[in-house]
Write a protein that binds this ligand. Sequence first.
Ligand SMILES: [Zn+2]
Length: 93
Amino acid sequence: MERCPTCNAKYAGKRLCHRCKTNLGVLVDIEEKAKEHLEAAKAALASDDIKQMFFHAKRSCSLRRTPEAERLLAYASLLVNQYDRAISSWRNV
Ligand SMILES: [Zn+2]
């Protein structure tokens, strides 16, 4: 998150927006969880656990769509033979 979704103030890394006091904690938590799932997907790939990779890549992408998460989900989808999902994810990159 680069800016507060309520007032567009620059995000200062705190759980409350410094300008409008919107609670940004839930969004911060979601972003962190998405990163955790992304790292778990990479770790699963490294250990050849493709089912877990696919699970974590889907989770990460559902929490926060980033180009990296979409690419990883496209790759995981290919590995589990879900070609339509792979194409869909790749188009979103
Ligand atoms: Zn704000």
